[in-house]
Design a protein around this ligand. Structure first.
Ligand code: NI
Ligand code: MN
Length: 228
């Protein structure tokens, strides 16, 4: 069975795997690059990488409307419970759990994590998912480059999703280094061109990556999907 990843703009992703619908960092309201709106998306599970507003986004409203379970670090999962979200699952960095959709591990991310109301959001995370069919997907979300990406690369990744926007996360040069450490079959750039501050040329980055590595770069427009 194929998996399908949709980029909704910024760091907002949809992942369909084994009949389950996952939403990652669902930021639609106030997102100038969003391809749809919070009331139009469906989810069984919502993954939140860290507490910043452009990642928590509309997660509370979508979880309440759809009944989706929110998965995040312990501090953020507890915060969602306090917002009236019924189903939450806390994990933490380095810890994995077998959910119905696959084995999900929270990875290191070099970033911040304060929640929109100023609450403590623990440490930021990335996601390493092994689907029920054994396909490995790494969604770095917001992070700077770190050398331990080489350890994540040892997993044998079908797909990596990496920020290239610079300023708040890795920029194009460090994201190219990240591809060299991760060695995924394919990579999708995210977290760019939402605002002028993170304006980048994904096509130029794709040329550099494909010249210097064996990884295929999939540049999506917001709303477009990649099946693999
Ligand atoms: Ni952030
Ligand atoms: Mn962000």
């Amino acid at each position: 069975m194929t998996d399908k990843l949709t980029w909704y703009g910024h760091a907002t992703l949809g992942l369909e795997t084994g009949g389950y619908k996952l939403l990652i960092d669902p930021f639609f309201s106030g997102n100038p690059s969003a391809s749809t709106s919070a009331d139009k998306v469906d989810a069984d599970f919502i993954l939140v990488s860290h507490g910043h507003g452009d990642h928590v986004g509309d997660a509370v409203a979508i979880a309440k409307r759809t009944g989706a379970m929110v998965i995040s670090n312990f501090e953020i999962a507890t915060w969602f419970s306090g917002q009236g979200v019924e189903k939450t699952h806390p994990q933490h960095l380095g810890g994995g759990f077998r959910h119905p959709f696959g084995y999900l591990k929270l990875t290191l991310a070099l970033h911040g994590s304060a929640l929109p109301d100023g609450s403590y959001g623990g440490n930021p995370a990335g996601f390493l998912l092994t689907t029920n069919e054994g396909v490995k997907i790494y969604m770095a979300q917001d992070t700077g480059l770190f050398g331990d990406m080489a350890l994540i690369g040892e997993e044998g990744l079908a797909l990596a999703v990496l920020p290239i926007g610079d300023n708040f996360t890795m920029g194009p040069d460090d994201a190219l280094k990240a591809v060299k450490l991760l060695r995924p079959k394919a990579v999708i750039p995210i977290h760019y061109n939402t605002w002028d501050l993170i304006s980048q040329d994904p096509t130029g980055w794709a040329s550099r990556v494909e010249k210097e590595t064996d990884t295929k770069v999939v540049v999506l427009k917001p709303g477009e999907s990649y099946s693999f």
